[in-house]
Design a protein around this ligand. Structure first.
Ligand SMILES: *Cc1c(COP(=O)(O)O)cnc(C)c1O
Length: 503
């Protein structure tokens, strides 16, 4: 008890510390009130015994600097994706092409977002990207909104509020993050009319529902994130469009991933693209900007002029509108598709999907050599690491069955695996890897060449198998970050499911 009181008495007051020269420097550069609050936070931690009491007043300088650095770390940080899940929803889905990044930086100031430079009068936000989408998909018209879930909700609200939406039983999917088709239909103020069965839905099932006279829209949903095999049957878009034309019922296609490139050229199984839906004659097709398209988060509706006009005229459209920076990034990404070869080279998602395993192996070997050299320089022992073959996945709720042969740096960490995973996440920039049975795995496919230096640096800094006895403030920061909030996606899921949640 006495020892405890003594400990508390030894803690200096805020005013005494604020008068120290190092503290005056910090209040000068960061603002007196804010630094005082940070200092109070440090003193609280020391009082509670969560930080060691420094031997002298000046020992608080280090603690305060650390607290300031922690508080100044932005919530949103760039990270290295070493998971091998290309469209990792938890890590922000598609990393953007340099062209898109530049366009977004340029658009951050004033611009002709809703201003007509020809007439000097008011313009429309919705003209941007629309012609490019039409050009690339063959659609008469297009509309860009906040995301694909929003695009589907908008289309259904504009076409079917208060009426019925016919959907195959086998397409009542959950995309993830609360996007479930029955709920989206309900949220649009429409009534769900399920047709067919889970495994088989025929044209006659749709016809029967339409004959009953309640169907305002036929909704076809792409089963993005799972596949169905065995005794199955589904009605193709062509047949649905013909039925729609015959009966005067519009057809809306929720496609999800908007693959504008050739799936065969990427070495992937056949995947329907928006151009196919448009060619089939749907009224509207909805797809994402940040899945296989490889752009910023956006939802795109493409289809007939009448369909797009109807969606645009609905008040919900205004609530789902896209920001100018997004529009600029999307426009620059779409523009790359004018030359398919250029799109493959310049759009990171496509480049990563297409990267041959031999190239990845070469990069992995070179990276490990770099790590070994750095560890020798620093006088630390070598890592028990090797390059092995693994499997990357496309992710983002797309290509659920596709596995891409890849090169993985596999580190035998033993007991230290979770501590090393935390050290990787605590690095600047954080490196998100996977761990399995005492091994830390880094997949080269999703690590950009420009990020290899950061990965090498953190691998060169990993130490020992035993837990460290006395944590420095740096390590405390690391463990704070590592233990805050949800577990990292890498720990929660295997590559087969990580990032598979698409919304
Ligand atoms: C991913 C997906 C969505 C949602 O797209 P967001 O852009 O994430 O809103 C909707 N429908 C399908 C079929 C999808 O695959």
């Amino acid at each position: 008890m006495a020892a405890h009181r003594d400990h508390r008495r030894a803690i200096p007051g805020v005013d005494r510390l604020l008068a120290r020269p190092w503290c005056r420097l910090l209040t000068g550069s960061h603002g007196r009130e804010w630094v005082t609050d940070r200092l109070r936070a440090v003193l609280d931690e020391v009082r509670a015994g969560r930080l060691p009491l420094p031997p002298s007043d000046d020992g608080f300088a280090h603690l305060l600097q650390h607290e300031i650095a922690r508080a100044e770390t932005p919530s949103l940080q760039p990270a290295v994706n070493a998971t091998g899940v290309i469209l990792h929803t938890n890590l922000g889905r598609a990393p953007l092409a340099a062209e898109a990044r530049e366009a977004m930086a340029r658009a951050a100031g004033y611009g002709n977002v809703e201003f007509d430079l020809d007439t000097g009068g008011r313009g429309s936000r919705y003209v941007h990207c629309a012609d490019l989408v039409s050009e690339l998909t063959g659609a008469e018209a297009a509309l860009v909104v906040n995301n694909c879930a929003g695009a589907v909700a908008l289309a259904l609200t504009a076409f079917a509020a208060g009426k019925g939406v016919a959907v195959s039983h086998g397409e009542l999917v959950e995309i993830g993050g609360g996007f479930r088709i029955p709920e989206v239909v309900e949220a649009a103020g429409a009534r769900l009319i399920t047709v067919g069965t889970t495994n088989r839905t025929r044209l006659a099932d749709y016809t029967r529902a339409i004959k009953a006279g309640e169907v305002a829209v036929i909704l076809k949903v792409h089963r993005s994130n799972f596949s169905m095999t065995g005794f199955t049957e589904e009605t193709g878009l062509d047949e649905l469009v013909a039925l729609g034309a015959e009966t005067g019922v519009p057809v809306i296609h929720d496609l999800g991933s908007g693959l504008l490139a050739d799936s065969a050229a990427l070495g992937l199984p056949e995947e329907p693209g928006p151009a196919m839906s448009v060619a089939a004659g749907v009224d509207l097709v909805a797809f994402s900007g940040d899945k296989l398209l490889g752009g910023p988060q956006a939802g795109i509706l493409a289809g007939t002029s009448a369909g797009v006009t109807r969606a645009k005229a609905h008040p919900l459209c205004r609530a789902l509108r896209c920001d100018k920076v997004t529009l600029a990034g999307l426009e620059a990404t779409l523009a790359l598709y004018r030359d398919p070869g250029r799109a493959m080279r310049r759009i990171p998602v496509l480049r990563m999907i297409g990267a041959p395993v031999e190239e990845l192996e070469g990069r992995a070997e070179a990276l490990l050599e770099r790590v070994a050299a750095q560890r020798t320089d620093r006088g630390v022992g070598p890592l028990a690491a090797e390059v092995s073959r693994g499997r990357s996945v496309v992710g983002g709720g797309t290509f659920p069955d596709a596995r891409l042969a890849t090169a993985v740096i596999e580190i035998d960490a033993g007991e230290a695996a979770e501590r090393w995973m935390a050290a990787l996440r605590a690095h600047d920039p954080p490196v998100v890897a996977r761990s399995r049975q005492g091994r830390v795995l880094l997949d080269l496919r999703t690590i950009a060449p420009g990020e290899e230096g950061a990965v090498a640096a953190v691998l060169a800094s990993l130490e020992g198998g035993a837990a460290s006895e006395c944590a420095s403030p740096e390590e405390l920061g690391a463990s704070q970050r590592a233990s805050s909030g949800e577990p990292a996606p890498s720990e929660r899921a295997s590559p087969e499911t990580a990032g598979g949640e698409a919304v």
